[in-house]
Design a protein around this ligand. Structure first.
Ligand SMILES: NC(=O)c1ccc[n+]([C@@H]2O[C@H](COP(=O)([O-])OP(=O)(O)OC[C@H]3O[C@@H](n4cnc5c(N)ncnc54)[C@H](O)[C@@H]3O)[C@@H](O)[C@H]2O)c1
Length: 334
């Protein structure tokens, strides 16, 4: 039995805790760390014996094999230093941190204290994405030439979250940057992004935006166009196209039902499913299973620290491009 500690019991920490507790019989959450009493109640109801407010205390008192880090991004650096020093295997929510210097520092720490490290780019484990990737690997399209990703949230997170999340490029678009790189299977060389604020939140005051278009250019000449918005009135919009010489692979939004109604006004379909927790439900379980399996088989997880570093670099390049209104070479960032 792999003994796990979960740090952070907010939106995503709860998903990981329940997946381990109820769906992965070879692992168990034995301790949790949270900033709130609500988090403790949630954990205790799901059989977690020990709850802490301090990561140090949890590490000192409980024997753990691995830790799922789902605390706010602004705390990742402090928490990761403790976890690496304590030699715990780590599943870390994205982004690893907001600063390239901090992530490079952590890389050196990891080199000295090697542990398994997986970053939470769950979309790679979504059944639809897995099918697209498999068909690309089977050369169904030949080399992918152009990827188009639409990624729009049904509403923005609270300002309190945005203030420390790193903003749209680091908190949200980073998933799309990882996915585009994964599907293209090549290194990004250039990034151009442009962004605006259309919604009501005072995002300019914290240097953020709510709508962006990013173009990534890859070494293999391919490119990806990524559209993000935090304000999609028609729901969570997650569409994808990969175009190549032999055709196109595409996936559209998923709805709770496939029932449509046709009337005098037109043909009406249900809205896309809720938000990330509903749309990517299967992916969260699949990625956690992959992490646990890597621990059991003593293998390096396929989604590595380096993937986290790469996508952070793309996010920083996109942010810089939109702020400076120019194309940014990736070599300027890394
Ligand atoms: N992979 C995904 O789809 C996905 C989705 C959402 C969030 N995330 C990432 O997960 C992380 C958490 O995001 P969230 O939306 O769940 O945030 P959240 O604000 O909902 O939850 C954060 C949790 O951390 C707890 N916390 C605060 N201080 C703490 C401390 N010192 N020690 C331990 N716990 C502490 C809070 O009490 C809260 O339970 C972020 O890095 C975010 O980018 C990833």
């Amino acid at each position: 039995m792999i003994k796990i500690g979960v740090i952070g019991l907010g939106r995503i920490g709860k998903v990981h805790l329940e997946n381990i507790q109820y769906h992965i019989p070879t692992a168990k959450v034995v301790a949790a760390c949270s900033g709130s009493e609500k988090g403790f109640a949630f954990a205790k109801e799901r059989g977690v014996q020990k709850c802490y407010t301090s990561v140090q205390q949890m590490l000192a008192e409980v024997e753990l094999d691995a830790v799922v880090l789902a605390s706010p991004t602004a705390l990742h650096f402090e928490h990761l230093k403790l976890l690496i020093a304590a030699r715990k295997h780590i599943f870390c929510e994205k982004p690893i941190d907001l600063s390239l210097e901090n992530v490079q520092f952590l890389k050196k720490e990891l080199d000295q204290n090697p542990v398994n490290f997986m970053v939470g780019f769950n979309r790679r484990y979504d059944p639809t994405i897995l099918s697209i990737k498999k068909q690309l690997d089977q050369q169904k399209l030949g080399q992918p030439q152009s990827i188009r990703l639409t990624s729009r949230d049904p509403g923005p997170p609270p300002m309190e979250f945005i203030k420390t999340s790193g903003g749209l490029f680091l908190d949200m678009a980073i998933h799309d940057f990882d996915l585009a790189s994964y599907l293209m299977g090549s290194e990004v060389t250039e990034v151009y992004a442009t962004a605006s604020v259309f919604g009501e939140l005072p995002l300019e005051s914290v240097g953020d935006v709510d709508t962006a278009v990013t173009v990534l250019k890859f070494k293999n000449k391919g490119f990806a166009t990524i559209e993000n918005s935090r304000n999609s009135v028609y729901g969570y919009d997650q569409r994808l196209e990969v175009f190549g010489a032999q055709g196109m692979l595409s996936s559209t939004n998923q709805a709770d039902t496939m029932v449509s109604i046709s009337d005098q006004e037109g043909v009406h379909h249900p809205k896309p499913v809720g938000f990330f927790i509903e749309r990517y439900q299967a992916s969260y379980l699949n990625i956690m299973k992959a992490f646990i399996k890597a621990l059991e088989q003593n293998e390096t997880p396929e989604l590595s620290f380096q993937d986290g570093l790469h996508s952070l670099t793309l996010s920083l390049a996109a942010k810089k491009s939109s702020e400076e209104n120019r194309l940014v070479l990736l070599s300027e960032i890394s």
